[in-house]
Write a new protein. Structure first.
Length: 486
């Protein structure tokens, strides 16, 4: 919406000193009162190592634009981690998990574009990654049959285009609403697609799913995508590029407007923007990257089943994006790593892994609603002011007492699960190298004593830690105000 400004009388012919690019009124007043200082700044900037020397209107000054070294270091470390990871963990299980982490990172970042950046709680986002996986596996089969001439490395792009197309179809309906109605619409769409996966076996393959073969044609430069390490590096390349593109989107005007729609949609409408259109564009972008993750998943597993469009997959995206930290860009990356660890490793260690996962989610909601990313940033802030060394002993005490309570509680959970699920194997079970008798009162009493003792000590340490933390935060606030007053 363009504001209507009162007309000003025409100015006389400008002098050479006045022939310059227009600037806002406040900036013009500031520049008029500080002409000499601006000239000095321009002269000084010419001797800096990195100067923006692009063509500018006559009369404007050059501005010093230093490189963001920290950002380059972070992105370099991210790329190095993706490259070096399979060289450190060389087993087939580790490389499979690393491949799943790369796929999950793209999916969680795409989902966080809605949840964290746009404030849109979706309960059916697995629809777009799942349908992208189905279109990718069908494309792979067409390539294998010789009907299409498409490199296997570009099959995930087909999945992304499929996710984009379905996001355009379903997003136009769901983004007409926001808040709870939006969440309910996405939930209904998710259940609709999941039910169709069993009703249309020609496309979804029924309960058996659709399988394919990613080794197609002759190897190019020795790359056939048969070995898992080759598939991992393809996933790592897509992961890095998608992460960079999604981060770049958050710095665009559309990304900033999406944040504004999340925080104050009424004001966005008041200044003339269509909030539904902003949400819809973000939905399209999120659907595309979710489809890319689905296409990579189809290549990695070479089979796609109805599970990929189910509510459990959508719930996993929501759960682990929140645990990682939806308010920070790197939070979903942490959440994606945790998701693979929980779904692969934790599920193999114990049959009660969903119970532990639910308890972790409960405690995070109660005590750290910002996720692990928020905890990291809070402690980085403390470390920046040199006060972290005052809290490390408290962190050790919290970890020790919390671990004690966890040992006692998990022992009781494992004995209960053993009695319910493995009663035919006898009353004894192995827990962390120890043998427990699930029918013995001594085992239950010992586990309960450890749990109560750990909880009691944890509460005492937590109260002392809260006092120390509040004192440190108060000192930091005083230091910030002192620096601002200088």
């Amino acid at each position: 919406m363009a504001a209507v400004m009162p007309a000003s009388p025409p100015n006389p012919a400008p002098s050479p000193a006045q022939d310059r690019a227009p600037m806002p009124t406040s900036a013009a007043a500031s520049a008029t009162s500080s002409t000499s200082s601006a000239s000095a700044a321009a002269d000084a900037s010419a001797h800096q190592p990195h100067v923006d020397r692009r063509r500018a209107p006559r009369g404007s000054t050059y501005h010093f634009k230093p490189y963001n070294v920290g950002r380059w270091l972070i992105w370099g470390a991210y790329a190095a981690a993706l490259i070096v990871a399979p060289l450190l963990w060389t087993s087939s299980l580790a490389q499979t998990m690393l491949s799943q982490m790369g796929i999950a990172i793209i999916a969680c970042l795409a989902y966080n574009l809605l949840l964290g950046q746009g404030g849109m709680l979706s309960f059916g986002h697995a629809v777009y990654s799942g349908l992208g996986a189905y279109l990718a596996i069908h494309t792979l089969n067409l390539v294998s049959a010789g009907h299409w001439a498409l490199p296997v490395s570009l099959v995930p792009i087909v999945g992304g285009l499929a996710g984009l197309g379905f996001a355009a179809l379903f997003g136009w309906v769901s983004t007409k609403k926001s808040g709870t109605p939006f969440a309910m619409i996405t939930l209904g769409l998710g259940e609709l697609i999941w039910s169709m996966s069993l009703m249309l076996p020609e496309f979804f393959g029924g309960e058996g799913g659709i399988s394919g073969n990613r080794v197609v044609g002759q190897p190019v430069l020795g790359i056939s995508f048969g070995p898992q390490i080759q598939v991992y590096y393809l996933i790592a390349l897509y992961c890095f590029v998608c992460t960079a593109l999604l981060f770049a989107f958050t710095r665009t005007p559309l990304g900033r407007m999406l944040n504004a729609v999340r925080d104050n949609p009424e004001r966005v409408q008041f200044i003339g923007y269509d909030t539904q259109w902003v949400r819809f564009l973000a939905f399209l972008i999120s659907g595309f990257f979710a489809g890319v993750s689905g296409g990579l998943s189809a290549l990695n597993f070479e089979i796609v089943t109805a599970e990929v469009v189910g509510a459990a997959r959508s719930g996993a995206y929501l759960l682990f994006t929140f645990l990682g930290g939806a308010t920070f860009f790197f939070g979903p990356i942490i959440g994606a790593v945790l998701m693979v660890v929980a779904l692969v490793l934790l599920s193999e260690l114990t049959k009660a892994w969903l119970l532990y996962l639910g308890l972790i989610f409960l405690f995070m909601v109660m005590y750290a609603p910002g996720g692990f990313a928020a905890l990291i940033m809070m402690n980085l802030r403390v470390a920046a002011f040199g006060r972290l060394r005052e809290l490390w002993t408290a962190y050790l005490a919290l970890g020790a007492t919390g671990l004690t309570a966890l040992l006692g509680g998990s022992a009781m959970v494992e004995m209960l699960y053993h009695l319910q699920l493995n009663e035919a194997l006898g009353p004894e079970l192995h827990y962390l190298g120890a043998t427990l008798n699930a029918r013995s009162a001594n085992a239950w009493f010992g586990a309960g004593f450890v749990l109560v003792t750990g909880l009691g000590l944890f509460e005492l340490v937590r109260r002392q830690f809260k006092r120390d933390w509040d004192e440190v935060q108060a000192d930091i606030e005083k230091e910030i105000k002192r620096r601002e007053s200088l």
